[in-house]
Design a protein around this ligand. Structure first.
Ligand code: SAM
Ligand code: DTB
Ligand code: SF4
Length: 329
């Protein structure tokens, strides 16, 4: 026997139903320590028990309000205080948003996600975003918005407008959070997620990998997401896109296999969630992306732009799907 933890010490299903499972950081660290082949095998098993492993969901992003943000998130091109190349733009008019949503639908996206560089929306902004949600929903797309922290009552207004998902990432482990962001707290993020849940909106929440955090930090982030009750329906795993001018511009990139392990850990601990291979695909080879799908990622951001940075073109993704025999849903 070797010292590598065996599946029996890690399996939760015989102790509690999936929804009630509570993961510990040590358990998730033990997943990370598995030989890669065992980890991917385990992730594939979990994936196949819950999904068709050849199907991929596609969401398209649009930045509806860009730059000039009051917050100090160390990775972000849109924080007003960093000297980045991102140009500020006020809230887009409804017709532009609708045209982009229609184009995303025509290209095959099933969900349209609108992002705003706010600490949180003002009530008058929320009314305008609600109009966007109604209109996009009217096109037959699932709707998602990411607007920052919500105040009492704002989530219900979004729900009434027809919002399906609210994206609000925990971004990193609570204990590392203060090294990346000081203008708000990890606990504030959890609070907003609670309001979103209470309003009956589905939760999209994940994080960023490769910000100089330790493996233990990564495991702790996965635990904080998996132990939300219920876990987020959608879990974006972003690989840091280094932005010149931000404090994290020069962080050493994370090892590719460590990123794949993170995807696998998310899949195993959140069996019923869509795990999205999110920011960072532009810098990834096709083979690395395929390995992420093998490790349980079953969703992507689709379209040539994320919020302010580039993403593989839709045609390139189509060609990759074709090569891998992946079917969009
Ligand atoms: N302002 C809102 C907020 O912070 O929740 C919504 C927009 S914010 C840009 C949405 C998410 O984008 C962040 O939580 C972070 O996970 C991700 N993000 C931003 N910049 C990134 C970067 N350079 N690389 C990877 N992910 C990034
Ligand atoms: C998420 O987890 N990633 C998306 C979306 N949710 C809003 C944003 C990625 C942003 C990458 C950097 C940029 O384009 O500005
Ligand atoms: Fe603002 Fe969101 Fe960027 Fe933070 S991540 S600076 S809150 S836009």
């Amino acid at each position: 026997m070797n010292a590598i933890p065996q599946a029996t010490t890690l399996t939760r299903e015989d102790t509690a139903p999936a929804r009630a499972a509570r993961w510990t950081v040590s358990e998730v660290e033990a997943l990370y320590q598995l030989p890669l082949m065992d980890l991917i095998f385990r992730a594939q098993q979990v994936h196949r028990e819950n999904f068709d492993a050849n199907e991929i969901q596609r969401s398209t992003l649009l930045s509806v309000k860009t730059g000039g943000c009051s917050e100090d998130c160390g990775y972000c091109s849109q924080a007003a205080r960093y000297n980045t190349e991102t140009e500020r733009e006020t809230l887009l008019p409804l017709d532009e948003v609708l045209a982009a949503a229609q184009a995303a639908k025509d290209k095959g996206a099933s969900r349209f996600c609108m992002g705003a560089a706010w600490r949180g929306p003002k009530d008058k902004d929320l009314a305008k975003v609600s109009e966007m949600i109604r209109a996009v929903k009217g096109l037959g797309l699932q709707t998602c918005v990411t607007l920052g922290m919500l105040k009492e009552g704002q989530a219900s207004e979004l729900k009434e407008a027809g919002l399906d998902y609210y994206n609000h990432n925990l971004d990193t482990d609570a204990s590392f959070y203060g090294q990346v962001i000081t203008t708000h707290k990890h606990a504030d993020r959890i609070d907003t997620l609670g309001q979103v849940r209470e309003a009956g909106i589905k939760v999209c929440s994940g994080g960023i990998i490769g910000m100089g955090e330790s493996r233990r930090n990564r495991a702790a982030l996965i635990v904080q997401l998996a132990n939300l009750n219920p876990p987020p329906e959608s879990v974006p795993i972003n690989n840091l896109v280094p932005i010149p001018g931000t404090p994290l511009a020069d962080v050493a990139p994370i090892d590719n296999f460590e990123f794949v392990r993170t995807i696998a850990a998310a899949r195993i601990t959140m069996p019923e969630s869509f795990v999205r291979l999110s920011a960072g695909r532009q810098a990834m080879s096709e083979e690395l992306q395929a390995l992420c799908f093998l490790a349980g990622a079953n969703s992507i951001f689709y379209g040539d732009k994320l919020l302010t940075t580039s993403n593989p073109e839709a045609d390139r993704d189509e060609a990759l799907f074709e090569k891998l025999g992946l079917r969009p849903i």
